[in-house]
Design a protein around this ligand. Structure first.
Ligand code: OFO
Length: 165
């Protein structure tokens, strides 16, 4: 039996994941507006991944007979000063999501909700990857600085990313 507090916290997490998707889609739109279509493609894949994260929580609640209740999604930021500024934003956002996942894990432990803990294990690992990827791109962009060539090369590289369900 899933407790009320876990249900409410998982419903909140659906909102955080959908907001993440919306934020990265907004970053994709920004990258298209500055003709960095590879960066935009990377962000579009990221937006789809976040959507699939929201659906994992949705399915978990459904599988356990709990009610999914969707809330309003906040308006994301629409403009950034540079690609570096956008990726720094993405990295900060992932750290925030990690804190949310850790909070859910603590709650599941407190409530002795073992199915929730096992479910959250995937997200704990995923956040290590998410932070490492975002911080890796921040590092590359810091090294590239104002080099147009460097940016074009990275744009090409990031544009190769594909969505894997
Ligand atoms: Fe970017 O992470 Fe979802 O959970």
């Amino acid at each position: 039996m899933i407790g009320k507090r876990v249900v409410a916290a998982f419903n909140d997490q659906i909102n955080h994941e959908l907001y993440s998707s919306y934020l990265y889609l907004s970053m994709a739109a920004y990258f298209h507006s500055v003709n960095l279509d590879g960066f935009a493609g990377w962000m579009r894949v990221q937006a789809k991944e976040e959507d699939s994260h929201a659906m994992k929580f949705f399915e978990h609640l459904r599988d356990r007979g709990a009610r999914v209740e969707l809330d309003q999604i906040d308006k994301p930021k629409a403009a950034w000063k540079s690609p570096l500024d956008a990726f720094r934003g993405a990295y900060e956002h992932e750290k925030f999501i990690t804190s949310k996942i850790n909070g859910l894990y603590k709650l599941a432990e407190k409530e002795s909700d073992y199915p929730a803990k096992v479910f959250l294990d995937w997200f704990v690992k995923e956040q290590v990857e998410e932070e490492a990827t975002a911080s890796g791109i921040v590092n590359m962009l810091e090294r590239i600085k104002d080099s147009g060539n460097g940016l074009i090369m990275l744009d090409r590289e990031l544009g190769k990313r594909e969505f894997k369900a």
